[in-house]
Design a protein around this ligand. Structure first.
Ligand SMILES: [Zn+2]
Length: 210
């Protein structure tokens, strides 16, 4: 699998892009009023990924701040209408998608990138709805297949293409089975340098994306 470059844009830049040209000033003020929370959430996100403790994202108090229903809806709309649908937001959206090498989905390695996937689902983590580091280029199949499910243990935590380093050595092995007709079975072979639980996570990732 080829991982895309991590986006350099911040959530502050993403919000500026999402709200550029926004006609609804009440909505714009509401989103701007949430910026400080989004910045705190981004700092918490970066702390978790910096320590490669991705499962901690699920319980980070910075990311899980309770919002009013209207605030949550505005944050999700900022993604759907601002990042996907409005000119400046779309430019950022497209630049994150374009970072996938050869337009190839980094999650399955076979599909063609045509969307962005929220690593942490936007409905459960609205403060991460437009946070660039939470947005991963993906094919439609992977995006829909992953849905809004949350990992229930560190071993089932999905791989994060901006964070997890798998190295350059081959870790996917194909065994040809002596069946008639011949068949092939793929398996994950953990690399020596992988931290504990990465092998389990790679196996889980491979099982859930194929
Ligand atoms: Zn895919």
């Amino acid at each position: 699998m080829r991982w895309p470059e991590r986006p350099q844009a911040t959530v502050t830049q993403a919000l500026t892009a999402c709200t550029a040209g926004m006609q609804d000033h009440t909505e714009k003020r509401r989103l701007e009023g949430l910026l400080a929370q989004m910045q705190t959430a981004e700092a918490g996100y970066l702390r978790c990924v910096g320590g490669a403790d991705l499962h901690a994202l699920h319980t980070s108090p910075d990311l899980l701040k309770g919002q009013q229903r209207k605030d949550k809806e505005a944050l999700v709309r900022a993604y759907d209408q601002g990042l996907v649908g409005r000119k400046d937001g779309r430019a950022l959206y497209d630049s994150i998608m374009a970072a996938a090498p050869h337009g190839e989905c980094p999650l399955c390695g076979t599909g063609e990138v045509d969307t962005l996937d929220h690593y942490l689902p936007k409905t459960a983590f609205p403060l991460c709805a437009i946070m660039p580091i939470n947005l991963v280029p993906a094919c439609m199949h992977c995006n829909h297949g992953k849905g809004a499910a949350l990992a229930d243990s560190p071993d089932t935590q999905p791989l994060h293409p901006y964070v997890d380093q798998l190295g350059d050595e081959r870790w996917l092995v194909a065994d040809v089975l002596p069946t008639a007709p011949a068949s092939v079975r793929f398996r994950v072979q953990a690399q020596a340098g992988w931290p504990p639980s990465l092998a389990a996570r790679v196996r889980h990732h491979f099982d859930s994306t194929t």
